[in-house]
Structure formats: C-alpha cells, structure tokens
Design a protein around this ligand. Structure first.
Ligand code: SF4
Length: 328
C-alpha cells in the first residue's frame, strides 16, 4: 500500500475491533425491504444552511465484495482520492478523542441488553436503528429503555397493541416535521403532533417483527440485501446492523452527518445529492479498513463541531484544510 492511497480490498467481510459482534456461538445466521434514506440534497459544497426535507429513495442494492466473500485479496488503486484527506481524518480523530458525543454514549452499540441472548441482542440492535431514523440519539435511547423494561423480543413486540407501542416509542419519529407540515396545510386537527408518522413507525416495526418471526426464527438476516428488504430499514441501518449485530463490514453507513461532512470536506469527487450517492462515492476510494470507523467518527464530529447549521469552524482543526470553511 503506498502513501498515495493504494487500498487493499478485502474480499471477505470480517469483524473489526471497534464493533461488537453479537453472533452467538453455534447460532446459525438466518438471513432478509424497502429503501428509506434521509436525503439532504444540495447544489454546492458550502455549509448546509438548513435541514432538508427527508425523501424516500428507491435503493437498488448491489452486494458488496465483502458479502460476496469470494476470490483472493487484491490491491486496487483508487482512480481518485481527495486532497489532504488523511490529514483531515487525523484532525477529526484528534477532535473526537474524548469520545463524548451522543453517538458514543447512546448509539446502537449501547442500546441493547448485554445479558440477552445473541439473537435477541441482534433484534434489539435492529430495532434501535429503526427507531433512530430522523431521531436524536437521546430520544432513541429513552424509547429503547422503556421497551427493554418490558422485555424486548420479537414476540413481546408482536403481543403489544399498536397504541401501547406508539406510546412507548413516542416521540421517536418525524413528528416535529410532520406536525409542522400538517399544521402549515391546515391539516391535523386535535391529534397528537405527528400522529401519522408515529403510526408509520409502529407499522414498520410490527411488519418487520412479523417477517423476522416467520422467516428468520426471531433473528435478523445476515445480509444487506435481506435487511433492506424489511419494512422501514434503509441502507444506513442495514450496514450498521451488519457491523454491530453481525460484526461484518458490508459498506459505509452514511447518514445526514456523514453525507454533509463528506461534501464539506470534498471527500466526494463531485457534490452528491443523497446519503446513498455519498456512500457509493466514498466506497470508491476510502480504504476498506476505515469503513467501520468512519460512521461513528463523522457522526460524532457532526453532532459536536461540524453542525448542520452554524458549524463551529473557529474551533475546528480542519479549518485551514476545509473548502467549506473558506466561505464562512
Ligand atoms: S472547518 Fe471544520 S467545522 Fe467548519 S465546515 Fe469544515 S470540517 Fe466542518
């Protein structure tokens, strides 16, 4: 591997040190959606001035090399890589060394019951990822705590009626946005804010749990293709589930933080319009051994420093290296 960024493509996915594998000894992976991704579209590389409207994307998933798991290891030079990315990455690692962002304390790796069986832990990981869509880590963690207090398994969720489940996870979801949209349209009347969205979240959880019970014996599938086929599970969730629940690096998990920061630092060859576009662009050049690390690193950086609105560039070690900082 040379300094210019020649990368080794590992053809079989494997566990990485930073991820907790929940694979149970002797348990067989029972492998299984519809695409859901929050898009933060924009036209330029400048800092995002406001949160963009979430939109549903149709995801045509192609199995990564890690999932194919065949062929010898080979060296492959990326045709393009960003200028100064290693320096920028090192600076972000330095800024994130305190590991005290919400994602470090309340992310998916911290929401499951460590004393539960591996199968149940994997289900809890997936559920926390489903709840986390468009939701702050603190809110997701609170909902998971309430669910776990009742014994969180596929069976317990299926036995819980929809209104009780909705009350347990509330206010997880898109309720603020929906509430605003509904009220701006003069729709909604006297119901809870975002009631429609909460109902969707409950519906997805119930439908996915039903599928997991019927097809996977209460476990979660062990491939991205099957995970994204589950109702309410998007590519980001799938890749995180593969990493946290199965200890397998299947791809880069890109949420709005990773999407935004990658564009600000010009880690994509051209500006990308959606997290899925950013994932593909990053996977073209970022060495595979960094795929697992990059999500948590950038999410926490986005939560603490490179904020969606008014990023703290004065305190950022990348200020002199960041194209977006120059316009601030
Ligand atoms: S200087 Fe730092 S905080 Fe500001 S936009 Fe660039 S990476 Fe984000």
């Amino acid at each position: 591997m040379n300094a210019a960024g020649v990368r080794m493509v590992v053809t079989r996915a494997r566990s990485r040190g930073t991820g907790a594998s929940l694979q149970g000894g002797g348990e067989k992976a029972a492998p299984l959606r519809s695409g859901e991704a929050a898009a933060e579209g924009r036209k330029s590389y400048g800092p995002v001035k406001r949160q963009r409207k979430a939109r549903r994307l149709s995801v045509a998933y192609e199995a990564s090399e890690g999932e194919k798991g065949e062929g010898p290891e080979r060296l492959q030079a990326p045709s393009w890589e960003p200028q100064d990315w290693r320096l920028q990455l090192d600076n972000i690692r330095t800024m994130r060394s305190g590991k005290d962002a919400p994602v470090d304390l309340l992310g998916a790796e911290h929401c499951f019951d460590p004393s539960a069986s591996p199968k149940v832990r994997r289900y809890q990981v997936l559920l926390s990822l489903m709840l986390s869509s468009q939701t702050k880590d603190q809110v997701t963690a609170g909902a998971m705590q309430r669910l776990r207090a009742r014994g969180l398994t596929v069976d317990s969720i299926l036995q819980t009626d929809d209104s009780t489940l909705g009350a347990l996870i509330y206010p997880v979801g898109f309720w603020r946005k929906v509430s605003r949209r509904l009220s701006s349209c003069g729709v909604g009347g006297g119901g809870l804010p975002g009631q429609a969205s909460l109902a969707s979240k409950v519906k997805y959880i119930k439908q996915t749990s039903e599928i997991l019970q019927q097809r996977y014996g209460g476990d979660i599938p062990a491939s991205v293709a099957e995970l994204v086929a589950l109702p309410g599970v998007g590519p980001k969730m799938a890749h995180l589930a593969m990493a946290v629940a199965w200890g397998t690096v299947s791809g880069i998990a890109v949420d709005t933080h990773v999407h935004r920061i990658a564009n600000r630092l010009r880690w994509t060859k051209k500006a990308t319009r959606s997290p899925e576009d950013t994932r593909r662009a990053l996977e073209e050049w970022l060495p595979r051994e960094l795929w697992r690390e990059i999500n948590g690193l950038l999410v926490g950086f986005g939560q603490q420093t490179c904020l969606p609105v008014h990023p703290r560039c004065q305190a950022c070690l990348n200020r002199a290296l960041c194209p977006a900082a120059r316009g601030l």
